[in-house]
Design a protein. Sequence first.
Length: 509
Amino acid sequence: MEEILKSLNLNSQNNGAWGAEEIPASSERNLTVHSPIDGKELGSVLCASNADYDVIVEQARKTFYEWRQLPAPRRGQIIREIGNQLRSKKQALGKLVTLEVGKVLAEGEGEIQEAIDIADFAVGLSRQLYGKTMHSERPAHRMYEQWHPLGVVGVITAFNFPAAVWAWNSMIAAVCGDVVVWKPSEKAPLTALAINKICRDVAASHGFPGLFSLVISDGPELGQRMAADQRLPLISATGSCRMGRSVGETVAKRLGRSLLELGGNNAMIILKDADLKLAVPSIVFGAVGTAGQRCTTTRRLIVEKGIEKELLSSLASAYKQLRIGNPLEQGVLVGPLIDKAAVLMYTNALDEIKKQGGEIVCGGEIVKGMPSDLYVKPTIVKAKKSMPIVKEEIFAPILYVITVEGLDEAIEVHNSVPQGLSSSIFTTSLQSAERFLSATGSDCGIANVNIGTSGAEIGGAFGGEKDTGGGRESGSDSWRQYMRRQTNTINWSNALPLAQGIKFDYSSS
Ligand code: NAD
């Protein structure tokens, strides 16, 4: 463990305030990080104070005035170097993610791969920040739009993707000409420190040490301060719906922009004609991957009547084969939950499920004899669509199975929750698949056919509707959110015609 930390320039005691310069953190609050794997202390971080934050934002603003003048393709060259640095540190960073948040090693490394992929995407994007040209209704006039950088972007991230979500935002924001101030989760500050240091060093070698700043605190206060800060035109916040409501409201009050990536309650519809050989492994990966702590985790299985018995028995036998244990070990597929509060959420939810008439098919308990008390059994519950708890996001591996009569009822149940992130259908019917993807089908930001709800690629725009917040990050045209649009009209004639044919000739009146 010590070797990993050392190779990533981390110490047992770290500073939590990094702007264009390292600011000795002055809050006098110390955040100690324990691995959920075995409870061992990984290190600690001295938290940034409000005053440190203010200095860092001022430095970031100064960097922005310079950075925005660098042509976008040259900004892209710097992001290319960052991608290469991340590539060379992928194993160490992936292991740190595993140590700090407990996801299995393949997923820890997968997260760093996502950061590398989005860096590659951003390099190409740096030559494609296109604006449209329109035909003016006035003779000898040219009309077009162009995109300019916004300024200092505040990025608030959740514990469960401690590296990738920051990279989705920051690689794109940087090629757009913005600079970034990051407030990571208090549950994953070491990954943030390591990744920020790598990216910051590359930026500093090109004269832009303030391109990526970092403020670490032991709670939400600095995030709240960012949300209220007029100097930050955009706040991109990833986390629970509760957090998103608070950030969204605060940013809206000052007429700023927010990009919200919040909780999900994702479902898969399994129709009678589905290929269960595809469906079963997708369900298991979706429901159990990252121990049910992904925003896109499959939480509800909506099954057409007639196949529920066969499906449940295949799932129960797949669940029996899952190895729960130390996520650093080969072959382990389920690691620990992040902390005691998460375990309590799991056990409380199970009590409530039973009260509301749910039937536990398998799992439903804490695993004994593990190196920490944070390991829980992935759980399958036979549930009714009327159970109120089914509408909540319980951030643990609990899968509800709900039986329905057919596609119409499946879509109605599917859309009956407040969240709207990811969704999928398993069917071999073209009609059913298209119906699910149509305007009368899934109401989510992501809708898949014969693929599960989790494991999105960076090339698409990622995000969800309703209580999930409406934001879109990562690929496609998500970059537009990090820029401001300007419409330009140029008159190259010797006359001054007005739009809509309006005459305003004061000399003849
Ligand atoms: P959380 O809401 O507890 O915390 C997320 C971040 O917000 C942390 O950095 C925290 O300090 C900060 N924060 C909390 N309250 C705040 C406030 N009032 N103002 C400003 N900042 C505040 O979430 P978590 O437990 O770290 O992560 C799990 C949640 O994140 C789940 O709901 C999950 O679905 C969601 N998530 C969503 C996505 C997505 O892309 N939609 C991705 C990952 C996680």
